[in-house]
Write a protein that binds this ligand. Structure first.
Ligand code: PHE
Length: 346
């Protein structure tokens, strides 16, 4: 019986040594140490032994069991450690591999232009002001010296919502609102970007919805020279220091006198080409000295205060700056168009 037990021990131990995974190790444990295993079987025959031999055999059987158990534990430990090592190895990250590029979006060209213009004027001490797109007739027209029935209202075909509310046709109502808030006290120095709406048929240069940026300065002793100087700084920063500007007389009901500003054509250098329609000049914006009626209506004393205002279209500026030939490109969200502006991202 002793022989048999020792054989079992050797057999079990060599099987344990050869076991390659946790499952076969468990099978070996069940096979040798389980209730139906050979050791139990051997011990069943103990009844036949003499009283002296019985305790000896019992002790030996226990020794064999614990030897097998010890070997099992040891192997189990080793297999578990190996598994952890294997896992660690398979999960190691090769930090020297080049990264996969992450696709990044870029700003819409109009957003870029608006932010560029905002930054420029913020640098000159202006504040950014905003107002509602659904506007009252009063602020859109009346407070800007355009009473009901005024023929100049036809310059800006409007989307009316009710008799007294409309989609604003320009950003000038933000001027009127801001001036009103100041309650007759200067200075006012604002820039107002935003969407505006007009009943135009969409084509390469017209859109029923577009953007404007309006500027307004009110203080004592503001003159046309301040306006011209400001516009010149703006034009040179935006289009290049070699650009020239010129002011042409024009008409807006809310400014007097009114002007339109042109910049010299970059393409032909002033000689005349298709972009400047042979004139050497490109129209950029409308401007003028704030009409005394507009000042008075907003509560400013027009004898004490004067001011200038200007308004421009970021689309037009973006078209000139980036060579875009159709205003509708800005609104159709064709990713092939928009992606071309990624190169301007900081
Ligand atoms: N609001 C005018 C327009 O849309 C532009 C403008 C603004 C002209 C300010 C003069 C002064 O036509």
């Amino acid at each position: 019986m002793e022989q048999k037990l020792l054989e079992l021990q050797n057999e079990a131990i060599s099987q344990i040594e050869n076991a390659e995974d946790l499952k076969s190790l468990n099978d070996i444990r069940v096979a040798y140490l389980g209730k139906k295993g050979p050791i139990t079987e051997v011990l069943r025959g103990m009844g036949k032994l003499s009283a002296e031999e019985r305790p000896k055999m019992g002790a030996l059987a226990n020794d064999v069991r614990s030897a097998i158990q010890e070997k099992l534990d040891e192997k189990l430990n080793r297999l578990e450690q190996e598994a952890v090592l294997k896992q660690l190895e398979s999960e190691t990250i090769d930090v020297t591999l080049p990264g996969r590029p992450v696709k990044q979006g870029n700003h819409h060209p109009l957003t870029r232009i608006v932010e560029e213009i905002e930054d420029l004027f913020i640098g000159m001490g202006y504040q950014v002001a905003e107002g509602p797109e659904v506007e009252q007739d009063y602020y859109n027209f009346e407070a800007l010296n355009l009473p009901k029935g005024h023929p100049a209202r036809d310059m800006q075909d409007s989307f009316y919502i009710t008799e007294d509310t409309l989609l604003r046709t320009h950003t000038s109502p933000v001027q009127a609102r801001t001036m009103e808030k100041h309650q007759g006290k200067g200075p006012v120095k604002i820039i107002c970007p935003g969407k505006v709406y007009r009943r135009d048929n969409d084509d390469a240069t017209h859109s029923h919805q577009f953007m404007q940026i309006e500027g307004l300065v009110i203080d004592e002793k503001i003159t046309m020279a301040d306006l011209k100087g400001t516009l010149e700084v703006f034009a040179k920063k935006m289009f290049g220091s070699d650009r020239e500007i010129r002011l042409r007389p024009s008409f807006f009901p809310f400014t007097e006198p009114s002007v339109e500003m042109d910049i010299s054509c970059k393409i032909c250098g002033g000689k005349g080409c298709s972009v400047c329609k042979g004139t050497g000049w490109i129209e950029i914006l409308g401007a003028g000295m704030v009409h005394p009626n507009v000042l008075e209506m907003a509560g400013f004393d027009s004898k004490k205060y004067t001011g200038f205002a200007f308004g421009m279209g970021p689309e037009r500026i973006a078209m000139l700056k980036y060579g875009v030939d159709d205003i509708r490109h800005f609104y159709t969200n064709d990713i092939r168009f928009l992606k071309q502006f990624a190169k301007y991202e900081a």
